[in-house]
Design a protein around this ligand. Sequence first.
Ligand code: ZN
Length: 405
Amino acid sequence: MKKLILLILTFLFITGCSNKEVVTIIEDQKELVSINYPVTNVGVLDDAVSSYVNRIYTNFKKEYKKEEKPELNISYTYKELNESVINISLNTEITARKKINKIKTFTYDKNTQKFLSMEDIVEDLDVLDYDIKQKILEKYQDADMDFLSQVNYDYFTIDDENLTIYFGPAMLKNKNSEIIYLDIPLNSLKLLIDIDKSKNTDIYLNIKKKNIDYNDKVVALTFDDGPSKYTNKILDVLKTYDACGTFFVIGNKVDFYDETLTRMLKEGSEIGNHSYSHKWLNRLSKEEFQNELNKTQNEIKKATGFTPKLFRPTYGGYSDRLKSYTDLYFVLWDVDSRDWKVKSKDKILRNVLPNVKDGSIILMHDNHSYAASAIESVVKQLKDEGYKFVTVSELLELKDLRENE
Ligand code: ZN
């Protein structure tokens, strides 16, 4: 009997492993909060990541209570170095009176069930140590020698080309808020583990075409802050009712959900850009803003082969200055479900259904369960009222056509 239970548990554990997801927390109240972090279904690693995030979140809520619109932004990088080793970094940015940048990394070996340090990955680290310090001195002229002499290598990430080591701002004499880092080409290192290169998959896209007539009564459903584990549920409903949506995705999450994104396009939905890490955009410089957009364009292109033309500004905040920095078309909405706030299917329906008219753009969110719970009723009701569902691009085309008549 005992053996059977063990077997079932192992089975659950193994099948559970493939269910990676990204948790997204977005709050737009007294503070602005945008957090994205990966859940791998490797318990120990997930616990370490989520308790770190919780600690930052709780401290932020406590420490910045009195400031005007303080902003917390956490984004991540995720890489499976090989079948067994996962490397995650969490990048924290706090924008308040003072700007704070922090990075924390986790490297976990599923086989040995241990967190790995750089010593476990790089051979002869003590020999390399001198070289690394020389390179830091070349890169950062005002590196603090005292600090440097006792530096450790706790935080690092690895991509296809480089091992990147991170140091806190204390590394510099003129402490500022930037993250200090050093890239070391992998091919210059002797590694103790195998590192798999990222796969490049060929993408074949077959986008579903729709028949929309000039006089059709149309409506566009839009979904922000995904993708997530709820997105497929929404897509199931859209497919059942021959409807479609426009999904404004957060670039930082795309890599985890490439199949979901491909499905969107195949089934006649559209993908738009909702920035890379969901920051309050008006605070960004031109370069920072363009970087948020371009990184997301690249992620979507890499995952699906599709290049978005639409952009939805985060927290609905935009300006002519931001618009002048990009060719992407800014898309807002006229019907707001307020799903993230009302958290109930009935209230969502009340916010949406009476307010829809021909040409409406409806705002919902697919990073939590509320929109997914209401979507079937929304689609069914609007379909009964004679609406046809279009993507935002199709809606814009139709509006254009009607205006130029
Ligand atoms: Zn958003």
